[in-house]
Design a protein around this ligand. Sequence first.
Ligand code: NAD
Length: 356
Amino acid sequence: MKIAILPGDGIGTEIVAEAVKVLEALDLKFEMEQALVGGAAYEAHGHPLPESTLNLAKQADAILFGAVGDWKYDKLDRPLRPEQAILGLRKNLGLFANFRPAICYEELVGASSLKPELVSGLDILIIRELTGDIYFGQPRGRRISPDGAFAGADEAFDTMRYTRPEVERIARVAFEAARKRSKRVTSVDKANVLETFQFWKDIVIEVHKDYPDVALDHMYVDNAAMQLVKEPKRFDVVVTGNMFGDILSDEASMLTGSIGMLPSASLNTQNQGLYEPSHGSAPDIAGKGIANPLATILSAAMMLRFSLNQTEAADRIEAAVKKVLAQGFRTADIYSPGTQKVSTAQMGQAVLKALA
Ligand code: NAD
């Protein structure tokens, strides 16, 4: 089992270090190899996703990724910005299905911005399509003004686009995932306004014929955004396109108290996957040793489950995380009076101890 470790920038290096210690403590035979990605790779090699990093990722069974980005790179040309590394990995590895569970741990119910009764017991799974939609559709661009400067452009455009195979395969992933949960899928679209999403809806209905045991309903994205804060527990599996999924999964993350708690997985058709916390590189707290490593540790658990077929080890990690929360350990983002505030490294140690 080969794992590519790509810590990236900002808090990425701090949180991935804790997750690696947890993996090492499992007594499983992993080969782990580390490489630079994002801003760190740009500094060293002049590119956010150097050939050597991409090759390592391609050869690995799974990738544990920290986060990339820093505001200091905002002025770079778009292809050289750290965030392009993640888009490049998704594209080159064909990672089309993004799993974002939003689970509200009982001990953190008070950290949610919603009333406890709305989030207590919350366990939803947002499945976002990753390779199509307006983020990749062609043509896109800015019409350059007569003097050739982008700054003077007077029109810009992106193309929203999905193909039949793209929608079919993500719909299947959602129905399969629902079969392992409570057998309910909500497909989120904007079929009332957008041709692309009428097409999406029609195909989801077609694919659903192969899954008669799973209940399917449809919701417009504006209503879904509202229902997520009004009555989040009405959802189980939510499947949606790239842009709506980007926005709704961040919204769902806040229901659980902190983005520092949420893992994610991006899978291709061979179950090779990239596993990363849902948050970014948090430059505002980088280097302070206060970032929450639990989202990354839980991402490592997802990696064991989905790509490495080590369900028992995944269960052990998840149980250890529940235990440290029950013991009252909290990083600053989830701290509340009466609990014990700990650093990134102390939280990692607490998980290791719980694991043992
Ligand atoms: P962010 O997720 O990095 O941070 C948002 C807020 O959440 C900040 O206040 C941060 O301190 C806090 N936060 C995030 N993770 C935390 C953790 N583990 N523990 C405690 N607090 C945490 O989003 P942003 O500030 O909008 O973006 C910062 C940089 O990250 C940008 O360059 C952005 O492009 C990049 N980014 C990268 C990814 C990725 O690598 N996949 C995803 C999102 C954003």
